[in-house]
Design a binder for this molecule. Structure first.
Ligand SMILES: Cc1cc2nc3c(=O)[nH]c(=O)nc-3n(C[C@H](O)[C@H](O)[C@H](O)COP(=O)(O)O)c2cc1C
Length: 178
């Protein structure tokens, strides 16, 4: 698949073929694609938790209510940021951390790699929702410095989501100045 075509045709998939497992080789290639994402200061602060156990997949809805369809996925990849290793600053007049941004870029690579392989996937949010962050931390036994950013159910698609009308709106583009 050509890259630009893939960017335009990727859609969130929430229905998966129950009987088809995504291979470990595919999961590893998807995670390799994630690891080539850009990151602030090239810190690559991501960590990935891969879940395949059916009961654990079904339980995601207890910590993030809009992930109920994860129960039919072949696996879930939780993209997390290591907030100690990410490019960050903590001073009295300046506090910031690029972990969420870096992990968002890694997550998009996961979605696109799935699409390129004919797999379906959907980004489900965790950070910055404090209750979801806490819930996922407890659910997966994550340390305090590991911040879950995305819960991504993956599987062979059992639906073909409608492609949208043109999403490009030239009125949102501001040349030279607002
Ligand atoms: C930050 C973020 C959080 C999202 N959380 C959820 C979610 O919890 N559950 C879900 O089904 N979809 C979730 N989505 C997917 C969006 O609903 C989806 O990307 C949007 O409707 C556009 O559709 P498309 O991905 O097919 O282009 C999320 C997407 C983003 C970027």
């Amino acid at each position: 698949m050509e890259l630009l075509e893939g960017l335009l045709t990727r859609r969130s998939v929430r229905q998966f073929a129950a009987d088809k497992k995504v291979s470990k080789k595919d999961i590893e290639e998807i995670l390799k694609a994630a690891s080539y994402a850009p990151s602030a200061h090239n810190k690559q602060p991501w960590e990935f938790v891969v879940i395949e156990e059916p009961e654990k997949l079904a339980g995601f809805r207890t910590v993030q209510p809009w992930t109920s369809f994860a129960k039919n996925a072949s696996c879930v990849i939780v993209v997390c940021g290591n907030t100690d290793e990410s490019f960050h600053r903590e001073k009295e007049n300046e506090t910031w951390n690029f972990a969420d941004v870096d992990c968002s870029l890694a997550a998009q690579n996961i979605l696109l790699a799935c699409h390129a392989k004919g797999l379906g996937a959907c980004f489900c949010g965790a950070a910055p929702m404090p209750l979801v962050i806490d819930g996922v931390r407890k659910y997966l036994n994550l340390p305090e410095n590991i911040r879950p950013l995305a819960i991504i159910p993956i599987g062979y698609p059992a639906e073909s989501p409608k492609q949208p009308e043109n999403r490009y709106n030239p009125a949102k583009v501001h040349w030279e100045n607002w």
